[in-house]
Ligand binder design. Structure first.
Ligand SMILES: O=P(O)(O)OC[C@H](O)CO
Length: 209
């Protein structure tokens, strides 16, 4: 039963809606921006209407399977670990894209929204909004790169752990968080290293002026 539900959730996550919506507009979003087959590049390639639709569908493919399983009380506590992470892994390693999927931000929001009735996804959104505004001020309005976006998503996910701990979320939720965090670390590894390298170089230049 757990295996079947994990498989269904994985399949749902593996549906690459943003990528397919791009193809509808004759755009390959894997060759746009940072090449991530997610809604941000769909937005860039096909405009805001397609972008919003992409965000919504990528959100729902995480939300719907988890909500249905939760509603029907099919699993409990620790059994949630593989099932909740499955849509994220489906998006990140989609068989429809030869296992080269996306960064799994939108689908993570969907999964957390269903699993915790929007509680955790709202907290994560607040953390990201604070980080985004802070970075905007630091960069004095200059555009934020996709590497910085990915770095914020990873750091924001890390900071979310303090909130989960503070609000006494159960162990299985912390385990799901850990899986989500490790996935973000992996999927953003190149961009994160680039952001850290740029920051260290900038600090060195400032120290030697
Ligand atoms: O993480 P993805 O693949 O859902 O894509 C996320 C959006 O493009 C926003 O960065």
């Amino acid at each position: 039963m757990i295996f079947l539900l994990t498989l269904i959730s994985f399949f749902s996550g593996s549906l690459m809606f943003s990528y397919w919506l791009g193809l509808l507009k004759k755009k390959n979003i894997k060759s746009v921006g940072d090449g991530n087959p997610g809604a941000a590049n769909l937005w860039k390639a096909a405009g805001y209407k397609f972008g919003i639709f992409g965000v919504l569908l990528d959100f729902l493919k995480g939300y719907i399977p988890i909500k249905l399983i939760l509603k029907n009380e099919l699993v409990s506590d620790v059994q949630w670990l593989p099932i909740a992470l499955a849509p994220l892994l489906g998006h990140a390693f989609s068989p429809f894209l030869k296992f080269h999927g996306g960064k799994a931000l939108a689908v993570s929001f969907g999964m957390w929204s269903a699993l915790t009735s929007f509680h955790v996804s709202f907290a994560y959104a607040v953390i990201l909004a604070i980080m985004f505004s802070t970075l905007h001020v630091i960069k004095k309005g200059k555009p934020i790169s996709s590497e910085e976006d990915g770095f914020q998503a990873t750091l924001g996910m890390f900071l979310l752990s303090f909130y989960l701990h503070y609000r006494d979320f159960p162990m299985y939720i912390l385990a799901i968080w850990l899986g989500n965090f490790l996935l973000f670390l992996y999927k953003n590894r190149t961009g994160n290293m680039q952001v850290i390298k740029n920051w260290v170089n900038k600090r060195n230049r400032e120290l030697h002026v």
